[in-house]
Design a protein around this ligand. Sequence first.
Ligand SMILES: Nc1ncnc2c1ncn2[C@@H]1O[C@H](COP(=O)(O)OP(=O)(O)OP(=O)(O)O)[C@@H](O)[C@H]1O
Length: 536
Amino acid sequence: MNARQIWQTAIERLQERVQPNTFTTWFQGTSADSFQDGIFVVSVSSTFVKTHLERRFTSLIRTILTDITGMEVEVQFVVSRDKTTPEQSGEPLFSPPKRPSRLGRTRTSPAQHVRRLAESAAAVAKKSKASLPFQTLGLNREGTLKAETPPGEYPAFPPPPGSGSEGESERPAGYNNPARPIAVPPVITFGTGGQLNSRYTFDAFIVGKSNQLAHAASLAASENPGRIYNPLFLYGGVGLGKTHLLHAVGHEGEVKGLTVLYVTSEKFTNEIINAIRYQKTEEFRAKYRQIDILLVDDIQFIAGKESTEEEFFHTFNSLHNANKQIVVTSDRPPKAIHSLQDRLRSRFEWGLLADVQPPEYEHRLAILRSKTDLLHFSVPSAVVEYVARPECSSVRELEGALNRVIAYATLHNAPITVQLATDALENIYSDKKPSAATKLSVSEVIDGVCRYYNVEAERIRGKQRDRDIAWPRQVAMYLMREETTASLQQIGAELGGRDHTTIMHGWEKVQGEMRQSDRVRHEIATVLESLHSKPY
Ligand SMILES: Nc1ncnc2c1ncn2[C@@H]1O[C@H](COP(=O)(O)OP(=O)(O)OP(=O)(O)O)[C@@H](O)[C@H]1O
């Protein structure tokens, strides 16, 4: 067998032993460079891939090559400068969507990518439902199961520094390894852009079923900026890690030496307003068009702002045409951003839509453990389990609860015990029990609905009947009836003097839509979640 044939066989075995998205991300596009004097050289497409393969897969590849060749093999990786990317070779596993010949036309290929990722997520989910105790159940950075790996399957979990062989871990909960030192890339500023938070790296992100797709897609986009999933649209409820992933993509771009710009949609809007005001639109455009990776947080807030949408549309086109990566986050999918221009909506739907959901209990435990490690605080397992127990819809809330327990212990100079945690979280966790105490006021509902749909309260109270205002108004009716103690008459009075039958009709309409549509159920759940999430 020559080097190429050996590598072909090795690749087939690797494919059987690692998860599909791990395989695609790291092994797709590798090839045999040479095999001489027991040294097998694998050619890879980038330094990033090289470093990752060296760190995580050397021993597995060595074992496989030794097995195939029947001799002791050392493995090395080289970056092939003139190596064609998968896209250039014409045989991509992930390929960028074909550019439509006219605006707004949709493409199909990203759907296959979604399916592939979703299938692998589902496979992991299925596996994780097996009778493993949660302490030994986990997903690593690639979403592969870390612990209790079935015989023959390679544990892809990275080793803590100095812990011996690859794949071993000290982490009991088995999610990705927060104990690893986290590379702290330099904080970047670009023009008037924002900064990347050095804590928000892929290494510090704990992967679970609820965020696996978003994580895998972000990782893949950061590996191949502008080539895969462009744009990448991350969406989900508050405090679930969208911004974290956005920054992580930015950090990886920085490592590659690319020009990264992170901006909130609010900042983007202000810059446009100022550019128009001071006749600096050319400078604005020039700045935005030399970016390699554009990261925009909370894109839903540009909806309904005409000049901002217009300028973003042109920026988007210009970057996308030049194969520059665009990643945006939103609290909801493009379809649910009601006042967004159709041409922008269709562009957002063009790449990959990936959602993040609230973490389930085991995932919350793993996140909390990683946070205690990062804080260099030793928190007993029973306390971590106590903090993770209530249904916590946002990781930010979870972090807040943990910080509160630690602060409470420090303040009282007391050991961290379950009793102390119970005291520290008394008011907070009792709030979570469904009771009259959780009822909202009508003005809280109006504020929340206006924030979510990006409309003004006067319009909600007004007479207009366009769908873009009628629907938020009906949602307000529904939520006021469900979530406040106000009577139908009081709700009617609050909503511009409407009759109680109109309120009843609005409530029925939303309830009916929720019964029929997952999307509407999700939408209402998101509004509710934002209404109930209070900062600690
Ligand atoms: N899977 C995770 N692993 C580790 N930390 C996480 C994870 N998900 C969220 N966090 C942490 O939770 C906090 C909130 O996350 P982030 O700001 O990214 O949420 P978000 O979805 O962007 O929320 P918002 O919509 O309110 O802006 C951050 O400190 C982040 O590091």
